[in-house]
Design a protein around this ligand. Sequence first.
Ligand SMILES: C[S@@+](CC[C@H](N)C(=O)[O-])C[C@H]1O[C@@H](n2cnc3c(N)ncnc32)[C@H](O)[C@@H]1O
Length: 249
Amino acid sequence: MRQKLNIYSMPKRLEEPKFWVEHIPFAFYLVSQLKPKIVVELGTHTGNSFFAFCQAAAENNLTSKCYAIDTWLGDKYTGPFEEEMYKNVLHYQQENYPTAVLLRMTFDEGLSHFENGTIDILHIDGLHTYEAVKLDFENWLPKLSDNAVVLFHDTQVRMQDFGIWKYWAEINKQYPSYEFKHGYGLGVLVVGKKAPVEIIEFVKNGNEYSDIFEKQGKEVYKEYRRRRLKADLKRLMAPHKIIAKRLKK
Ligand SMILES: C[S@@+](CC[C@H](N)C(=O)[O-])C[C@H]1O[C@@H](n2cnc3c(N)ncnc32)[C@H](O)[C@@H]1O
């Protein structure tokens, strides 16, 4: 039996870009409380959020099936991706979470892979315009289970034509919800009518707990910075090591 994780556990994977890292403690909490059968992520990029869900499921000894849907081609905000990045995500998944599934396709193509009423956690983090987010939510709504919680990332971002904030302002009135303001904003929407009482209580009293998640999110960000600096330093030192080896010969 593995060591159970909690919100103070550190993520195994922390990659660039940094945008999601401060929400990893909440991802750990949500998975441990909801015990999802199926988790679906729309928009995975290098996998900070996705592998946090996978880690939480594995370290809570859950049999959750986690699916990541992404073209891994990028979009108008991220810019185009190098093929190497997808290979890196795939390699990490195969090595660490062999039961997780990467669906390399558009979100619309992904729909046919899921039965109605089956998804317990849906994370919407694809194209960030109002129209795209609305479409993602409406397309995937029939797929959600009675337990379902939907996460929307970047609810606080108002640059360019980002429109999640606008869609969030509409949708959060229709279901029990809570919005974290840190880490670019994360909307938590409890869509399932039979969601666990702990989750309902959480969104009702989110303000009481948000400090804990924000503080721990900052700790994860510090760890992200530390690992990035270490990797940069290693790269910087690499040529010196080669020279030192040659001099020894
Ligand atoms: C903001 S990034 C995801 C960030 C990620 N969740 C993290 O933890 O860093 C958005 C991703 O959505 C993908 N994407 C955008 N629109 C898409 C669509 N319609 N179908 C499939 N992938 C899409 C992009 O390729 C990109 O990888």
